[in-house]
Ligand binder design. Sequence first.
Ligand code: T4K
Length: 393
Amino acid sequence: MSTGTPKGPSAPDEKQLYVGQLNTPSTDKVIDAMNGIFDRRFYTNHGPLVAEFEKRIADFLDVKHAICMTNGTVALMVAAKSLGLRGEAVVPAYTFPATAQALSYAGLRPVFCDVDPDRHTISVETVRAAMTDETTAIVPVHLWGRACDIDGLQALGDEAGAALLPDAAHAFGCTYKGRKIGGFGRCEVFSFHATKILNCTEGGCVTTNDDQVAFAVRTARNFHDQETFVDVPLRVNAKMSEAQAAMGLIALDELHTHIARNRERYARYRGQLSDVPGLRFIDHAAGEASNYQYVVFQVEEADFGLTRDQLIARLKDRGIIARRYFYPGLHQAFPYSEDHWTLPVTDRLCDSIVQVPSGDMVTDADIDRVCAAIRSARKDPGGSRPGMDSPGA
Ligand code: T4K
């Protein structure tokens, strides 16, 4: 899937502003942690740092089990397979490809449903419309850290005998009805990718309060028998390494600081852009905790004067690499595009949502620069150099 940003092996140019958290822990702490790993000569296969990280995550989220893995995609794959699901899983097309691809890997057929235009998450109505006799799972995504209607979807799943398996990749530290996301459904799945609020460079985790699910997932993530061995359909090497856990432990210590700074960045963006006609910010749920990991808004061409893609091109011209998350929708991307899907809200969001730079590397001055560039693009809709009005790669 193309999301509109040039890729390459080189490190990001300092003068360019990228989306992505990249919360970088203090180098001294990382060196100390790595020295500990080298001293112990214990690099992976359930070392002490992974055990400590799992305990810290479970305590933080107030869940019984946290099972760490090498990344969020594999964690979702292992979770779906371990639950023994077959047939169809109802899932949004408005998400990162990993959500559906992990389900396909686990032998499920993703069936796409539309999303709510304000929450950007699937709803009872949209899921119900997509369910069939073959549905064995509902896989909502807590997009942008905003929880889906968990109670409604859980009730729908219970009624139909379908497991609720939320993709919580964006939602570490966020709440639903005051409870931390992580303990809902049969299990939930987080990503600790470098661009996430909790950065293990790569990493993921399955969390659950269900002992049987936890035993199955623990067994399935590894070939080496442990105390929790139970029969599972398939096993794989999905283990988290000690180096990943070391990064995660440091990131967890600094989580509150990162969230607080993210909230300030979000407020700064909103403060400077809320009066710009044609820009519609995604609201965080009132009364709930958010990690403010993403700053996203919708560009409404009729009022803004430019399309989303034209705005992205204009920003790119100024060294600001905003992204069209998510484009195209998964229903428009191979292999799922082989089928015909009608998802009007998803189509609209895929064509109009933009994510702007946020996270640790983004200063207040950077935000001012992005906002000024957006305002100037609006004032001067025809102002870019010829040929620059396409979002590029
Ligand atoms: N479910 C959902 C809903 C997800 O959003 C994701 C992942 C998953 C499941 C799967 O979890 P993981 O298997 O990834 O743990 C990025 C992330 O790689 C991905 O984790 C994330 N969602 C997705 C939303 O964003 P790309 O392909 O857009 O990444 P990339 O390399 O273009 O990086 C984004 C920006 O960050 C770029 O503009 C450059 C900057 N960047 C990135 C990295 C990695 C840096 O400056 N330095 C870096 O080291 O997927």
